[in-house]
Design a protein around this ligand. Structure first.
Ligand code: GLN
Length: 238
């Protein structure tokens, strides 16, 4: 079986609050099942590998988003084509914002996005910070935390990833969190989110195999520890 190819976008620049752990979680959940996987780090100026199955991108400070902005925007057509082709994408916070049309920082700096997700984000002085849970139709409850200045508004081309009963989510007003279109998932959940949301991790893997037309039955794993960690996190004050 050909290995699943995971692209890790900007591992140095866009990696705050443990988001690199999402790559580790997916790699480990495949390896524990004896399924082949390859991880391709892609930084500024690097070519994208052929046959990408899953793209992962983490959070970053405004400055880092500015640093990678031009390179990211230059990949817009590739990212659009991959999204249209059903490639699975998990974009956390800063990368989520940059998959949208534009991120305007609180200082008024315009960072053009890839336009893959029909969302726009405007930074503000107050940061939205705290432990957070998101109830999703796709994979049940996700557990992580948020820390962002950006307020994201969803357009008609996406649906929310879910709703947050306790957090601030996309914009602190409409109760939505994240955005989805096809197999592209954006969220503000750091943590890494997949470490305490194993069902969501497997959902992403199943989507990647389904896109290839491969009926892969993912053998159940012992998720007692991630579920226990999620229960502890949910019990914590925001
Ligand atoms: N810099 C962006 C913001 O403040 C994203 C932050 C992040 O990735 N945690 O909203």
């Amino acid at each position: 079986m050909r290995a699943l190819t995971l692209v890790h976008l900007y591992p140095r620049e866009m990696n705050i609050y443990g988001d690199t752990g999402n790559v580790l979680v997916l790699r480990k959940r495949l390896q524990w099942r004896g399924l082949p996987v390859e991880v391709a780090p892609v930084s500024v100026g690097d070519p994208l590998p052929a046959d990408v199955d899953i793209v992962l991108g983490g959070g970053g400070q405004d400055a880092a988003q500015g640093e990678i902005g031009e390179d990211f925007h230059a990949r817009a057509a590739d990212l659009q084509a991959m999204a249209d082709d059903g490639v699975v994408v998990l974009a956390i916070c800063g990368t989520y914002q940059m998959l949208g049309h534009e991120f305007v920082t609180q200082e008024g700096r315009h960072i053009s996005g890839a336009g893959v997700l029909d969302v726009v984000t405007h930074g503000q002085a107050e940061r939205l910070i705290g432990n957070n849970v998101v109830d999703t139709p796709a994979a049940g409850r996700l557990v992580g935390y948020e820390n962002h200045s950006g307020l994201t508004t969803l357009g008609p081309g996406v649906t929310p990833l879910g709703r947050t009963p306790t957090g601030r989510g996309n914009n602190g007003t409409d109760g939505t969190e994240g955005a989805v279109r096809d197999n592209v998932f954006g969220t503000y959940l750091h943590g890494p989110v997949l470490a305490k949301s194993p069902r969501f991790a497997d959902h992403l893997l199943e989507l990647a195999y389904a896109r290839r037309g491969q009926q892969v039955e993912l053998e159940p794993l012992d998720d007692a520890l991630p579920e226990q960690a999620a229960a502890v996190a949910v019990g914590r004050p925001r």
